[in-house]
Design a protein around this ligand. Structure first.
Ligand SMILES: [Zn+2]
Ligand SMILES: [Zn+2]
Length: 373
């Protein structure tokens, strides 16, 4: 009997070991730009320590399997519906439970909380503070001050959330007060939980007031319940252009607006960052001349598809595709003809990268020149 037990135990151990070995970390391939590392960060997540449906360590495993660099478990301070089942008077508990798992998986865990107030000012994430318990105070202004006094990055979440703010997102005088008192540093331009997830109003405010453009999942369910990874989907996230892969460097980059929001194959950001991403991702190769036309291969070195269309009222006398997607890590062949010239040396065309939003709701213009190899 003892022998049989030990045999079974050995088989069990072997199976467990192979199951662990079979797991591989995910890998999100987006180029580094402008001398910075491109860091993937989800700054808005929930667990059972507020109204999420997973244990904190599961958020770490999800991030690891997707290839994320950094996450924050931003439990609501004021809304904890599972308190009867998950008894914790300590608002730091979710972070403390997840931290050893994050260290083991080399995921950067950033302390965060969602200050959950009615509009105005609405919901705000405090990030990078030291002690969540100091945020649990009655007056909303005191809670914000408690976060700022710990050096927190303050993120205005889902300003266009219908339940709080019917119609387009609105800026209130409370937001001006927060801005003037160093308690507003970024806005969620993309929220992965809401049906309308991109806010052009929030994008414009980020540009007008010098705020970081943020995307986040705001996941409450296990990630695989909301995201179809087999179909190539990914969670909403922030790309942070940081000096190195560390918590301090992510904070420095976010405080200096070196971010972009990424979801559903769309990226929203500042033109300087999106243009650099485009230049590092996109390549024109093998240009061949025929009599009146060129053929060329366009290559994409990133996991973000590149969706191109002709710029309206440009490109007179030149004929090419109407719309074209250069797939992630893939290529597309194109033909361009110049109707006026024979034996042309080069062709220049003006395009819009439709899924790179460098201005609110608008794709980014690019000019490409084709010369035969
Ligand atoms: Zn919220
Ligand atoms: Zn939330």
């Amino acid at each position: 009997m003892a022998k049989r037990y030990s045999l079974l135990f050995t088989v069990f151990m072997l199976l467990t070991a192979s199951a662990i070995e079979a797991q591989t970390p995910g890998n999100i391939r987006i180029p580094d730009i402008l001398g910075y590392e491109t860091i993937t960060f989800d700054p808005h997540l929930h667990t059972v320590f507020s109204d999420g449906l997973v244990w904190p360590t599961i958020r770490v495993e999800e991030a690891w399997s997707e290839g994320m660099d950094a996450i924050s478990l931003t439990e609501h301070i004021e809304y904890r519906p599972f308190q009867r089942d998950v008894v914790a008077d300590d608002y730091n508990r979710a972070y403390d439970l997840a931290k050893p798992a994050a260290d083991r998986r080399d995921i950067l865990l950033i302390r965060g909380n969602e200050l959950t107030r009615s509009m105005p000012p609405g919901h705000f994430n405090a990030l990078f503070h030291e002690d969540s318990n100091k945020l649990a105070v009655t007056e909303w202004r005191d809670a914000f001050r408690a976060a700022r006094d710990q050096g927190a990055f303050m993120l205005w979440n889902h300003p266009g959330w219908n339940q709080q703010q019917p119609g387009p997102a609105q800026w209130h005088q409370e937001h001006t007060w927060l801005l003037e008192n160093d308690m507003l540093h970024g806005i969620e331009v993309i929220n992965g939980l809401l049906p309308v997830y991109y806010s052009p109003e929030a994008h414009q405010w980020c540009l007008d007031y010098g705020l970081a453009i943020i995307g986040s999942s705001d996941a409450h369910n296990p990630m695989a319940m909301d995201i179809d990874f087999t179909a190539g989907e990914h969670r909403a996230m922030t790309l942070v252009f940081a000096e190195e892969r560390s918590v301090e460097a992510i904070k420095e980059a976010m405080m200096n607006q070196r971010t972009a929001a990424y979801f559903d194959n769309m990226i929203a950001g500042r033109e300087e960052h999106l243009m650099a991403l485009f230049q590092e991702s996109f390549e024109i190769e093998s240009v061949t001349r025929n009599r009146y036309s060129f053929s060329a291969v366009l290559r994409n070195h990133s996991d973000i598809p590149i969706r191109l269309s002709g710029k309206p009222d440009a490109n007179e006398s030149v004929e090419f595709f109407h719309r074209l997607t250069v797939p992630p890590q893939g290529s597309a062949e194109i033909y361009i003809s110049d109707l006026n010239q024979e034996s042309i040396e080069e062709i220049t065309i003006d395009l819009i990268v439709d899924n790179f939003l460098s201005l609110p709701g608008q794709g980014m213009p690019v000019r490409l020149t084709f010369r035969p190899d």
